[in-house]
Write a protein that binds this ligand. Structure first.
Ligand code: NAD
Ligand code: TYD
Length: 358
């Protein structure tokens, strides 16, 4: 039975990935999820799998050398899927240090532990794979509306977040080049879907609109992101782990570019379409809530991926059209009000008040 070590599995993409993986492989695999449970980690996301006897959770910081080494010593791990990270650009602008700790030092700790254990076990047998889940933000910003990021695009990160992710990618590359460490790097575009923490654009706008709160759009809302449904991303990571070539980089995304203001308008229209006429929140949702606020410092203009390599080599392409994915996502948030209530208690209010002075 193959054993997966998933880091950051209580976060947005990690929890969606674990649910997908256990649904796909059922009892043929064992999943060990480790997560520090920062403000972004939430075990509620994993309610549907927590009782399975081939799933286990450990509250561990990836920077904790002893705990990570022990984990590798006590389990024969075949796949490492490394999601754990500080993931929000705005937080990295305010407090960069923790991004270096978790995203850079945490990654090298994991690399060292995997390398040591895998060398000790049998050498780098073919079946071991480490996936570094990275981001298209390491390529920097496309400054006009033409062109795409390719795997060969030079790294040029701008925010402390993307710089920490690029640093981690380079460390992974150095382990591939120096030790023939069996790793693959994936770089995806902006994900959306169920269980995303409401500091990110889409869930923040859904949550605010339902409460009749202002919708803070940075600058003039003209920045462009390439949106990827989280389940499509989960499928890509699984396929890369199975069919990807060791040592390679795969960009994951695909021709679903939208300006931020378009996204906010679609959210408002979709909420108005989905909310029943007698739901009191319906009267609160309105385009008048859109409020242009001070721009993000160093705001990257455009991210865009042409997923040619992953299509050609692995035959992956995004399956979910945005109009379907966003409808499904908004339905999920409407049906899971309690989840939103829980994650917006406490620290979130403090963050929101500091971040948004509106
Ligand atoms: P998230 O913030 O929702 O989840 C991160 C998880 O990591 C949380 O559960 C948190 O508790 C955990 N974590 C943080 N520090 C930790 C530590 N020191 N030790 C152990 N666990 C720790 O993030 P996400 O959106 O699910 O992103 C997952 C990965 O995908 C990240 O590496 C991120 O850089 C990358 N990524 C995300 C997006 C996106 O659109 N969300 C896009 C591209 C790449
Ligand atoms: P975000 O979800 O933080 O992802 P990233 O910065 O990693 O792309 O932001 C997506 C886009 O939305 C980005 O251009 C910034 C913008 N944005 C706003 O206009 N208002 C907001 O309140 C947030 C959180 C983001």
């Amino acid at each position: 039975m193959r054993t997966y070590l998933i880091t950051g599995g209580a976060g947005f993409i990690g929890s969606n990935f674990i649910i997908y993986l256990l649904e796909k492989y059922k009892r043929d695999i064992r999943v060990i999820n480790i997560d520090k449970l920062t403000y972004a980690g939430n075990l509620e996301n994993l309610k549907s799998v927590e009782k399975l006897d081939n799933y286990e959770f450990h509250k561990i910081d990836i920077c904790d050398k002893e705990a990570i080494s022990k984990l590798f010593a006590e389990n024969q791990i075949d796949r490492v899927i490394h999601f754990a990270a500080e993931s929000h650009v705005d937080r990295s602008i305010r407090d960069p240090e923790v991004f270096v700790k978790t995203n850079v030092l945490g990654t090298i700790n994991l690399l060292n532990a995997a390398k040591l254990a895998w060398e000790r076990e049998k050498g780098y047998i073919e079946d071991k794979v480490y996936i570094q889940v990275s981001t298209d933000e390491v390529y920097g910003s496309l400054e006009d509306d033409e062109g795409y990021f390719y795997e060969t695009t030079p790294l040029d990160p701008h925010s402390p977040y993307s710089a920490s992710k690029a640093s981690a990618d380079l460390l992974v590359k150095s382990y591939i080049d120096t030790y023939k460490f069996p790793a693959i790097i994936t770089r995806c575009s902006n994900n959306y879907g169920p269980y995303q923490f409401p500091e990110k654009l889409i869930p923040l706008m859904i949550n605010n609109a339902l409460a009749g709160k202002k919708l803070p759009v940075y600058g003039r809302g003209q920045n462009i992101r390439d949106w990827l449904y989280v389940l499509d991303h989960a499928k890509a990571i699984d396929l890369v782990a199975e069919k990807g070539k060791l040592g390679e980089v795969y960009n994951v995304g695909g021709h679903n570019e939208k300006r931020n203001i378009e996204i906010v308008s679609i959210i408002i229209d979709t909420l108005l379409e989905l909310l029943p006429a007698d739901d009191p929140r319906r009267d609160l949702v309105s385009h008048d809530l859109i409020t242009y606020v001070e721009d993000r410092k160093g705001h990257d203009y455009r991210y865009a991926i042409a997923p040619d390599k992953i299509k050609k080599d692995i035959n992956w392409e995004p399956e979910t059209p945005f109009h379907e994915g966003i409808k499904y996502t908004i339905k999920w948030y409407l049906e899971n009000g309690q989840w939103m209530e829980h994650v917006t208690k406490g620290e979130y209010q403090h963050y929101y008040n500091q971040m948004y002075k509106i």
